[in-house]
Design a protein around this ligand. Sequence first.
Ligand code: ASP
Length: 597
Amino acid sequence: MKTHNNGELRITHVNEEVRLVGWVAKKRNLGSMAFIDLRDRYGKTQLVFDETFHDQVHDVRSEYVISVLGKVVERQSKNPDMLTGDIEIVVEKLEVINTAKTTPLIIDNETDALEAVRMKYRYLDLRRPNMQANLIQRSKIASVIRRFLDEQDFVDIETPVLGKSTPEGARDYLVPSRNYPGEFYALPQSPQIYKQLLMISGFERYYQIAKCFRDEDLRADRQMEFTQVDIETSFLSDRQIQAMTEEMMQKVFKEVLDRDITAPFKRMTWSEAMHTYGTDKPDTRFGLEFHDLGEVFANTDFKVLQSGLGEGKVIKAIVVPNYASITRKGIDKVLDIVKAHGGHGVLDMKFVEGKLDGRILKFFSEAEIANLESQLNLVENDLVLAVSGDFEVSCTALGAIRSYLANELELIDHDAYNFLWVTEFPLLEYDAEEDRYFARHHPFTRAMDEDKDLIDTEPGKVRAIAYDMILNGYELGGGSLRIYNNEDQTKMFEVLGFTHEEIRNQFGFFIDAFEYGTPPHGGIAFGLDRLAMLIAKENTIREVIAFPKNAQAKDPMMDAPSKASDAQLAELYLSVVKAKEENNWYNFCKQVLFGIM
Ligand code: ASP
């Protein structure tokens, strides 16, 4: 239907007869002449109509699909912002292929439509040039990744979507089985178990761009269904896996953005990351690193700071340059952040007129003040914020303050791509409520050799051969070397509180597989949505997913989720007992009745 696309014609095409097709982006009348910008996924081309087309063009409206035949001419007034801005088409024939109703949102990079409208009419939202660019870029990212992995001898293997629960730590999506009433498949939280089994099968290098499903609350960088670049290898060390995936990222950034990324990436242990940035995914595009004040206040009489002394406790501070002017309201905001992260308070001091100043200074000895000043290397107008108490709570709270202030004070270099490996994560995480340990990564992660003996005595101290690739404060991917013998795997399940029976029932097949010659193996998975979001410089992954769920976990376009018919439910031997509200009413009645009895 066309000889060229709408982003293709240049001055070199002048005098050529061309046939173009596309959507009407804009129509303007200028005296007896009319102009239309014709749009397709490649760009826009300006069409010119003389008065003979008056009536025909009059009937043409935005988003009509039209086809034209015409001649390329050089433009009088060129438009350097348009790829085709040097030329225009003098139309000789116009055909309306399809009409269009007035669209509920403006089809342009800028649109004033609310998210609800964008989601309901997603197919129109996706017609906007920036959304097209995002998805085309995402496709390019995926194809660079595939090409790279193909060249490295990886085999692309699909794994089932209907399977058994895989323990990544989130809630499963269950699918009822029609053949086996009362039984359910689980959608994969990741292909973790399958990819490890493929190593036992001997494929050595596996990858898959896989859909994963986790029934979690949605966030800007998290959807309930998401896409992973899932990788598993045999006979490679953690460093080799990291080096190979660094190269993959370098290729992606070079080919997609023409950006050179320096490798090897910086590295930091989990403990360093927590101690210095208060997060396991530090954004290193700005400073505000933590200072440890444990030594300065080792003998303090000040009760508040005593809470930060001893095993598992810290006193940490950040120095914010040029922010001695922070207002009371500003401090309150910082305090809110601390409280939201479980902390109890924040101490604020300023360095003005050559000395520290603040209400809390009266609680410090002169030596403490002098040590504080010299350790923090303070300069005029510095603001000092300090927290103390439990290590993870205090560091996380100060980390949140650090990010908040970096945004607030515009300290972030938005053009930078700062990659980083965070390594040596704790293998286990203690849950006080349930009084048991959980796997921080997943239960197949191998412990560091030097910590293996601690598993019975001090499980919380065991470090894992686990690593996350961080980009600008986002976890881009995470992986680990895996346990590869039956004994260690069984031990791990035991530490996690599984009984022998539960291990057999849930993972019997996996443990059995380990007995048939399992190679040492390890891998990693990258979030494709997040990677595409960061490359596109968007703030949410919804901008790089064709048909995402909205913030309420709904698809307003298709109206999903929706009720199943009685016939469907009957076929699955299911019945919906109570919806939430009815349930409350039911509980209320029950309480009243029990109250009476
Ligand atoms: N399956 C893991 C995850 O989804 C990644 C990995 O260990 O390869 O986080």
